[in-house]
Design a protein around this ligand. Structure first.
Ligand SMILES: Nc1ncnc2c1ncn2[C@@H]1O[C@H](COP(=O)(O)OP(=O)(O)OP(=O)(O)O)[C@@H](O)[C@H]1O
Length: 671
């Protein structure tokens, strides 16, 4: 019977939902063995002993990554008419100095004062406190529930040195620890230092004391050219390559906003402690969008298309109260209730939810976590991370931030290039404004190298903010917060603000930037975990239920015998498939059909075609669906056409069953 299928509804993401999945515990060691054996990825320079945080992708991993990126390009760049870029990885140090990376792109590390062993401060505090809470549970005889079991396995892997000891804690301490963990991303370096002292956190292996946290810059430094005079860094994100090209992009877009630029490329971060396989590495592929928008109008023309998309939200208020419960809400409601700052940010949250579901991420293991105040860059208006749950816990895979006008402003101030939009007004307008006048000499002498930045900031302020400063100046002094994060005190002898009436023909402004930033390796690994399961009859060999749009190979072609005529036939079929763009693979080895199928289930190949002697006589072949193992039969050319449509997602398996006949003749999985 071919009445049931893995694809009984029409959305591509559901094509991946396996209906015959064996209910079994997630078996990470078996998945890891599969990924290594079938060369999805492996440690780089392995034969030399490897280097932490560097990985090579093999044929299957590369194809999977290429297909994810292809979907990303279609979903964003093509669908949204974005301007694609490919900018240099080696980046001039001045660019990264201006963006703030040279001074601030750092994590906090602590050192064992005796052995010199280094830890990332927030990760160590988290690991030790979690181990204490676990020990408390053991002492109280509390049995772990299922999700905690999964969390615990993650912790064992990532913090293997931190063992729990069954010691009962005071109730108030448990409460304090739980609240601390809910806000672990919100602590500054000095605050982490206080936590280390207050909670007597030490090196878990040696028991030695730890140093105060110090900052470690994550960028790889280099020199450009033989003299060593031009300093450079391997870029830690692709974003700056967009911003330095803004003027050209704006011109390309006929001087109008909104529009977006997009870039896929490698980034580098010298992580203090790379770990968790592909999740924290030192070189990785990013896909980033910079969407430029009028700061006074952050509506999005296509918002209606995503307003009903369901998100799972973890807002900042919930976290700062030390809680972690999730709220289901549509994008429309989240923006209407001001939980998400504006329509454009909401639009990208909705589109990203759809993208991740389309490529096969399980929506039940996907949430949007809002950044807390300390966690968010000082210039950002709002920021949400898409976190995906895997055996390593909830991991940020996509960051969606409203970066305000920060980047364009600082690059413009530094280079004196106007990275601004000029908009002709329909009619000249009489406008009541506040005119800012500077005592140039005194101002320059007071603020020296910071004078231009402060001046630009004051000139770029909206009227109500300027009015506040004017009122404060009337009382003797005021202050200006600039994009470098500092506040500068100003006095009436330096700055005068007076009301004036002007006739405006143009409006000029620095666009704000909404940035969705994707870490492709983290998404790829999470997808592998979400897709993995094993059949009851063959637990050692897994199945990867990857949606056909991203599966490395789309179709396996096999014969039931080594007969030369049959072998020639499968190569002919493969050629036909490849000609129309279906990535197919012939397996003409002498292994049994069941074994061949099992080998391809491990690679996530969604369809399999088998030819037998009837194929020669009747020009037919069978078609097998990976997850259900259901089979259909039809004329060879019809089957190829059906496979093409299945792979493109224009029909699902029930659509295929209407075009072909049910078949139940071939032994499927090897006994
Ligand atoms: N070391 C890394 N290895 C793999 N992917 C990474 C790494 N650092 C960042 N990413 C990916 O790049 C995306 C955007 O980078 P972003 O700067 O927002 O990350 P981040 O906040 O620094 O991440 P984390 O807090 O996990 O270090 C992240 O959502 C993530 O998917």
């Amino acid at each position: 019977m071919v009445s049931q299928s893995a694809a009984s509804t029409s959305t591509p993401s559901e094509l991946s939902t396996p209906i015959n999945k064996t209910a079994h515990e997630f078996d990470k060691p078996t998945l890891d063995a599969l990924l290594a054996r079938r060369f999805f990825f492996a440690p780089a320079f392995e034969i030399y002993g490897g280097v932490a945080g560097l990985y090579d992708y093999g044929p299957t991993g590369s194809a999977l990554q290429a297909n994810i990126l292809d979907q990303w390009r279609k979903h964003y760049i093509i669908e949204e008419d974005m301007l694609e870029l490919d900018t240099t990885i080696m980046t001039l140090s001045e660019v990264l100095k201006t963006s703030g990376h040279v001074d601030k792109f750092a994590d906090w590390m602590v050192k064992d004062v005796q052995t010199g062993e280094i830890f990332r401060a927030d990760h160590l505090v988290e690991a030790v406190i979690e181990a204490r809470l676990k020990g408390d549970k053991e002492a109280r005889g509390v049995k772990h529930e299922e999700p905690e079991k999964e969390e615990d396995e993650k912790k064992k892997k990532k913090k293997k040195n931190v063992k729990s000891v069954a010691i009962k804690l005071e109730d108030s301490v448990v409460e304090e620890y739980e609240s601390l963990l809910a806000q672990i991303d919100n602590y500054t370096g000095p605050q982490l230092g206080e936590l280390v002292r207050k909670h007597n956190i030490r090196n878990p292996t040696t028991g030695n004391e730890l140093s105060e946290p110090v900052e470690f810059n994550l960028m790889f430094e280099s020199n450009i050219g033989p003299t060593g005079q031009i300093k450079g860094y391997l870029r830690p994100e692709t974003a700056q390559g967009h911003f330095v090209n803004f003027a050209r992009l704006l011109e390309f877009n006929n001087g109008k906003v909104p529009f977006a630029s997009a870039q896929i490329g490698r980034s580098f971060r010298n992580e203090i402690a790379p770990r968790q396989g592909l999740l924290r590495v030192r070189e990785f592929t990013m896909a980033e969008i910079e969407h430029y928008v009028d700061p006074l109008d952050k509506r999005h023309a296509r918002f209606n298309e995503v307003k009903d998309v369901q998100l799972t939200l973890l807002p900042k208020d919930v976290q700062t109260e030390g809680r972690t419960e999730l709220t289901q809400m549509t994008v429309g409601d989240a923006v209407a209730k001001k939980i998400v700052d504006n329509e454009t940010l909401g639009y990208f949250l909705g589109r990203t939810q759809l993208f991740l579901e389309k490529i096969g991420i399980d929506p039940k293991r996907l949430r949007c976590r809002q950044h807390m105040a300390n966690e968010m860059a000082h210039y950002a208006a709002d920021c949400w991370d898409f976190e995906i749950q895997s055996s390593y816990g909830w991991i940020e895979c996509v960051g969606c931030a409203d970066r305000s006008a920060y980047d364009l402003t600082v690059h413009s101030v530094r280079t004196k290039q106007p990275l601004r939009v000029q908009q002709k007004l329909d009619e000249p307008k009489k406008v009541e404004k506040l005119d800012v006048q500077f005592d140039a000499k005194k101002f320059g002498m007071t603020f020296k190298k910071d004078a231009t930045l402060i001046k630009e900031t004051l000139l770029g302020l909206e009227k109500d903010k300027l009015q506040c400063i004017k009122d404060e100046l009337a009382n003797g002094k005021s202050s200006v917060k600039c994009a470098d994060g500092k506040s500068y005190e100003i006095t009436p002898d330096l700055v005068k603000i007076d009301p004036i009436t002007v006739t405006e023909h143009m409006r000029e402004f620095t666009p704000n930037v909404i940035e969705p930033s994707f870490g492709i390796g983290r998404i790829l690994y999470s997808l592998l975990e979400h897709s993995y399961w094993a059949r009851e009859q063959d637990k050692a060999r897994g199945v990867l239920s990857l949606p056909s749009i991203v599966a490395p190979m789309k179709c396996l072609i096999v014969t039931i015998s080594q007969d030369p005529e049959l072998r020639a036939k499968i190569h002919e079929i493969s050629r036909k498939m490849r000609r129309i763009g279906i990535a197919s693979r012939v397996d003409d080895s002498s292994a049994s059909i069941g074994k061949k199928y099992a080998r391809n289930d491990e690679l996530g190949t969604p369809f399999g075609c088998t030819v037998d002697f009837a194929s020669i006589k009747n020009d037919t072949m069978t078609l097998r669906e990976r997850d259900s193992t259901n089979q259909l039969i039809g004329k060879i050319d019809d089957v190829i056409e059906v496979v093409d449509q299945l792979v493109k997602g224009t029909i699902d398996w029930s659509g295929a069953s209407q075009r072909l006949e049910p078949y139940s003749g071939v032994q499927d999985v090897e006994e």
